[in-house]
Design a protein around this ligand. Sequence first.
Ligand SMILES: CC(C)(COP(=O)(O)OP(=O)(O)OC[C@H]1O[C@@H](n2cnc3c(N)ncnc32)[C@H](O)[C@@H]1OP(=O)(O)O)[C@@H](O)C(=O)NCCC(=O)NCCS
Length: 179
Amino acid sequence: MSTAEKRPRLTIRQAQETDAAAVREIFNEAVEDRLGTFDALPRSLQEQRRLIVAAGQDVRHPMFVAEVRNWACGVVAIEPHDERRGFEDLGEIEIFVRRSFRSYGVGRQLMRVAQTEAARLGYRKLVGYVLADNHDSLRLCAATGWRVVGTHEQHARHGNRLRDVTVVEYVVPSVSLAQ
Ligand SMILES: CC(C)(COP(=O)(O)OP(=O)(O)OC[C@H]1O[C@@H](n2cnc3c(N)ncnc32)[C@H](O)[C@@H]1OP(=O)(O)O)[C@@H](O)C(=O)NCCC(=O)NCCS
């Protein structure tokens, strides 16, 4: 009998309301690890459920969950970047991998799905905000075609500490703009 069929497979699909507890846990791990850029506070189950339902109703701002053997191990979302006119085709990425699954390639695969989806949805650019000392996240960006725009000094307030935030961007290929 082939063992290859028994190897656990990573699947990536749209988030569902039933993922709320797992996604919240994944997000709150990043908060505990002080790796969330702007959200330094843990998220409630109710808030997580609301975010998943909102993403499910908004085709331009989807949320995807990676799972192995029905266990959610990562999440990526394309969120609105700037509500002002002229910025509608820019999206902002939020990505989190469960602590015990980090550095096994889950983030890379989630990022690829978000990038493919951004191209399908006609996004021009994706933007991300990463704590300047979040090296894993910056390495993921470097490995998936993002570039560093620059660093805002003392930008994100975490309790009584101000932290530097690096801005990264990904130009979505194959969307040409009329000048
Ligand atoms: C940042 C994060 C999403 C990356 O996801 P991941 O699954 O750990 O990353 P991957 O294993 O897919 O690695 C992607 C690339 O990043 C690099 N990388 C990631 N973690 C690394 C580590 N610990 N050491 C060295 N390189 C690393 C590698 O270059 C890798 O490229 P490769 O596939 O060519 O080896 C994940 O670590 C995470 O959730 N961290 C906490 C939350 C967070 O920081 N979110 C982002 C907020 S902006």
